[in-house]
Write a protein that binds this ligand. Sequence first.
Ligand code: SAM
Ligand code: SF4
Length: 332
Amino acid sequence: MDGKLYDNHGRVINYVRLAITDRCNLRCFYCMPEEGITYMPRKELLTYEEMERMLTILAAMGIRKVRLTGGEPFLRKNVMEFITRLVAIDGIETVNITTNGTLTMQHLPDLKKLGIKTINLSLDTIDKERFYHITRRDELEKVMDTFHSLLDHGFNTKINAVVMEGKNTEDIIPMALLTKDHPVGVRFIEEMPFNGAGSNYPVLNWNHHRILEELKAHFPDIQKIPDPPNSTSFNYQVPGHQGTIGIIAAYSRTFCGTCNRLRITPQGVLKTCLYDDGVFNVRDILRSGATDEQLRTTFLEAIGNRAANGFEAEQKRRFNAPVSESMSTIGG
Ligand code: SAM
Ligand code: SF4
């Protein structure tokens, strides 16, 4: 054994995406209905202590990287204290964060001190009206301030933009142009059906092929660059530009063969694939007085029974078919 954790398809599992809250201060239409979703009662959310214990067990099993997401992670009270404890867990080498950037800026100096290196900023448009239309909130200025502050602080900064027909395809080129003068990774993501609005599958008019065609039409000399291991994005660069451009085929699911990740929802549901509807509830096991060894065994069993890909996982959904839950209850 090499000390690594493998699933039943021989894929190394070393990454956990932890959604620390289902609450959010934006209402991105592809993620939540305008009126919001029914939030979990607070007592049903994992406490920070429970998250710390779970991650300590997972780190001992081989998890090396954690991404904090949500809902909006910076809405959860005392999040900085939690991050301080998280970075100290033995075995966790990398902690990244995905945020909408509205409440983030004040924390950047402390995040830097804690050794956080990469922050993903969700930003679908750089046009004020389109931002309002998509997020139903007037917060673009704050998010752009956060973007510039992230770069000023020297964070490895990625922008995640969901590409949507009739909403923001005009932004593809202007956002790709951010890579000209900034060392940022701008990633265009296919829309997925996790919109909290019932079975409302998007018609994928802008899949990864079409996004690439659009980029090639504007940047004929755009070049493919190597993709990092386990990358979910196909990566490109325009010669002379400081940053890079990525395309994430989140709905077409081109990356399942190297998937190294687990997801934990705010109420503690383990998902071994974004498209499954949950394998077991970590919170219930922890609160039943289980030992670390019992939890470890339960994780091992789930990791030993992963679907081969997102299509298989979607087909096997028991409770909630088709996909309709809000991404803010999963974390992206
Ligand atoms: N609130 C934080 C944020 O927006 O960055 C973190 C949570 S959010 C659910 C994580 C990511 O999921 C965001 O980048 C968001 O764009 C993406 N997302 C949400 N709903 C989506 C959907 N239906 N299709 C594709 N991506 C989605
Ligand atoms: Fe909130 Fe992020 Fe969902 Fe937008 S994508 S509503 S910011 S959780």
